[in-house]
Design a binder for this molecule. Structure first.
Ligand SMILES: Cc1cc2nc3c(=O)[nH]c(=O)nc-3n(C[C@H](O)[C@H](O)[C@H](O)COP(=O)(O)O)c2cc1C
Length: 196
């Protein structure tokens, strides 16, 4: 990594079953020397689910990042104008947020963070996690795969028989994906075989 820390926007959206994996990678990114700017979608920041309480995830993310989590559109808006991020990661990225990003809908702290960051033409990295990736979400995934500045954490069908339309990114590959995206490159293969 360069002498100057790379500033990484780390956004979580409401795929709650992957929050533990996301926080593990957030901690790994901090260890690797990234300066973290954490952002939660409204739903990530407010919904308690069987996977945990929103306030606990918010507190843990703030502790890892060493700064408060951005949870409003107003807080996310200055990211581009203030030149606050070099990379913007959405991990996990829901089908909902994928759809909004594909259609340029900006009505959550995360979609605002991405839009604001993109104003400087810098890389956005998505770690997809959604049960309908190969059905209802497929057009949005395809739209973003074809879009400049968007990169993908390699993903796989996590349960081809039980959930045939589901795709989940391999969160462990987040650091390599970020490093490549910073150099303008998509790591390959972007589509992985079934987990063994
Ligand atoms: C327990 C639970 C788990 C969920 N898991 C997922 C998921 O893995 N992927 C997904 O796309 N949506 C999932 N959802 C639905 C999203 O949270 C919902 O679409 C929400 O509107 C997403 O908003 P956001 O993208 O702004 O965070 C889940 C919802 C709940 C309550």
């Amino acid at each position: 990594m360069n002498d100057k820390p790379v500033r990484l926007g780390f956004c979580l959206t409401g795929s709650f079953c992957t929050f533990e994996a996301a926080l593990r990678q957030m901690a790994r990114c901090r260890e690797l020397g990234y300066e973290l700017v954490p952002v939660f979608s409204y739903h990530a920041a407010t919904l308690d689910t069987r996977f945990g309480k929103a306030e606990d995830f918010l507190r843990r993310a703030a502790e890892i990042a060493g700064r408060p989590v951005i949870t409003t559109i107003q807080e996310a808006e200055p990211i581009g104008p203030g030149d606050l991020t070099d990379l913007m990661l959405v991990a996990p990225c829901t089908g909902n947020t994928l759809a909004k990003l594909n259609l340029a809908i900006t009505d959550t702290p995360v979609t605002m963070a991405v839009k604001s960051h993109l104003r400087r033409g810098r890389p956005v990295i998505l770690a997809v996690s959604t049960n309908d990736a190969l059905k209802g979400t497929a057009r949005n995934l395809g739209g973003l795969l074809a879009r400049e500045h968007f990169y993908f954490v390699p993903f796989r069908q996590d349960a081809p028989n039980g959930k045939p339309a589901s795709l989940v990114a391999d969160f462990q590959q987040i650091p390599e994906t970020l490093e490549a995206a910073l150099a303008g490159r998509q790591i390959q293969p972007v589509m992985l075989g079934p987990a063994s």
